[in-house]
Design a protein around this ligand. Structure first.
Ligand SMILES: Cc1cc2nc3c(=O)[nH]c(=O)nc-3n(C[C@H](O)[C@H](O)[C@H](O)COP(=O)(O)O)c2cc1C
Length: 268
């Protein structure tokens, strides 16, 4: 593929402005599911946390926290809770990103203020957004420094058990995990193509795209990608359709609302 943009789409697209160092790193993103045993030095983790904390935050409330799990036994426990994903045990660190409404509750309490808003879905969304923006900043910084990462949505399969494993107080909700370590060069990952920009970009108002062509084209692109990876899998659209077809595919996450309510989030 001739340019990182073409590689990202697995097909030529409209010309873009020239890349710089930052966009080159972002466009080169690929999830890493194979790691060496090399530990992540503390000063590297410190830098990545500073990058995470550099993300914007709704009203600067900073409603997120992260638990960096290095202990192999605890990572094995988390791996089991996340559907037995081998890379959680293999990566030297598993970062557990949390929507943290407890700290801001403590902040309000210092001023003898009520915390009525924390009972609303909106504030939980704020926590999830803050955690997500922070995590993605960390991912980009990690990749810029030669590390690999992989998000782990499986952390929400059983948030009750994860909260116990991580000793989380009420009003602190696991959002996702992120494996972190140095990529194993023997198992290189590849840049996975995305839907054509016309699928996501609208001008001024939303105009339903011609999904027939877009999805057919992307199925063909992903088929080429998977073939190149030696993977024989369903078309992207069939695979993705199956992922949203039935509740059993949620791996326990259909219980999320009930479990969140149990942890002191009323979610009005
Ligand atoms: C919130 C979130 C949760 C994810 N959960 C998992 C997971 O549990 N296990 C996994 O191997 N990959 C997981 N992924 C990685 C996606 O599968 C991956 O980002 C997607 O296939 C695109 O590939 P790329 O990141 O290499 O471009 C997750 C990604 C996100 C954003």
């Amino acid at each position: 593929m001739s340019s990182p943009v073409t590689e990202r789409y697995g097909a030529p697209v409209a010309p873009t402005a020239p890349l710089n160092e930052a966009t080159r790193v972002i466009l080169h993103h690929k999830s890493c599911r194979a790691y060496t045993a090399q530990p992540v030095p503390d000063d590297v983790l410190n830098l990545l946390i500073a990058a995470a904390q550099s993300a914007p935050s709704s009203s600067n409330l900073q409603c997120w926290s992260v638990v960096a799990v290095g202990d192999p036994a605890r990572r094995a426990e988390l791996s089991a809770l996340c559907g037995h994903q081998r890379h959680i045990e293999q990566a030297p660190l598993m970062l557990c990103f949390l929507a943290d409404l407890d700290r801001i509750g403590t902040v309000a309490a210092r001023h003898d203020l009520p915390t009525d808003t924390l009972d609303y879905v909106e504030m939980s969304v704020v926590g999830v957004i803050d955690a997500s923006l922070a995590a993605q900043n960390l991912v980009t910084a990690a990749e810029a420094h030669g590390l690999g990462t992989c998000y782990i949505g499986g952390l929400r399969n059983d948030i009750g058990a994860v909260r116990q494993a991580l000793n989380l107080p009420d009003r602190i909700m696991p959002v996702f995990g992120l494996t972190l370590g140095y990529p194993d060069p023997a198992v290189p990952a590849a840049v996975k193509p995305r839907l054509a920009p016309a699928a996501v970009l609208h001008r001024d108002t939303f105009t339903p795209p011609d999904y027939t062509t877009l999805i057919d084209d992307y199925d063909a692109t992903m088929a080429r990608f998977n073939e190149g990876q030696g993977r024989d899998v369903d078309d992207w659209s069939l695979l993705s359709g199956k992922r949203v077809a039935t509740v059993d595919r949620m791996a326990g996450r259909d219980r999320l609302l009930g479990l969140m309510r149990k942890m002191g989030m009323a979610l009005k």
